[in-house]
Design a binder for this molecule. Structure first.
Ligand SMILES: [Zn+2]
Length: 195
């Protein structure tokens, strides 16, 4: 295979490829897929500097975590939220302060792990750090993501509808968490999502 230009003339800067001598026994699609997968797995994920620093801090096995989330078959809205969280595109900088504790430096770590108000409302602690820290089991990843999703939903609700008292916040978090967990488990009862 060699590079050519549009006129099929050999050119190192050409944008096209020309197969000069096709193999007599072309590889099977299975072999091609394996080769592409092995090549992809041998390369580092293209992460932003901030992403790489965050994953390094928590010793995250990025490929395993991403693969676990991919295989969870979450609701599209929760899956979309999960990727936006991991790719740091939830745009917290658009908000001036945390709606729960009123701290002004709002970022994903504060919001999902260290906010003192949210921490007291949750049964588990440090949700985001729990998600990012190995091992990345399906059950732990599923539960943590649903909890993070519940916090996100509470945040958007209070942003649009105003602050709630703490007992109402607690109820919202518990309702969303148990509702979504049971729905996901029911929807995937044919699949082993909890092992
Ligand atoms: Zn806060």
């Amino acid at each position: 295979m060699t590079k050519t230009n549009k006129l099929r003339c050999l050119s190192n800067t050409g944008r096209y490829f020309s197969i000069l001598s096709p193999p007599s026994n072309p590889p099977t699609s299975h072999a091609l897929r394996n080769k592409i997968t092995a090549r992809l797995h041998s390369q580092h994920l293209p992460l932003s500097t901030v992403q790489a620093q965050t994953f390094h801090t928590y010793n995250t096995n990025t490929i395993t975590l991403f693969k676990t989330i991919h295989n969870l078959k979450l609701y599209p809205t929760i899956l979309s939220f999960s990727w936006r969280l991991l790719h740091k595109t939830l745009h917290f900088y658009l908000h001036l302060y945390c709606p729960f504790c009123h701290q002004t430096l709002l970022n994903s770590l504060h919001f999902f792990s260290t906010c003192p108000v949210i921490s007291t409302l949750l049964l588990t602690q440090s949700s985001l750090s729990n998600l990012l820290s190995p091992p990345h089991h399906k059950e732990k990843t599923l539960f943590t993501l649903i909890t993070l999703w519940a916090i996100w939903k509470l945040f958007t609700r209070e942003t649009h509808e105003g602050p709630l008292p703490n007992d109402a916040r607690s109820k919202v978090l518990q309702t969303i968490t148990s509702n979504k967990l049971s729905r996901v488990k029911l929807a995937h009862s044919q699949h082993d999502v909890t092992s």
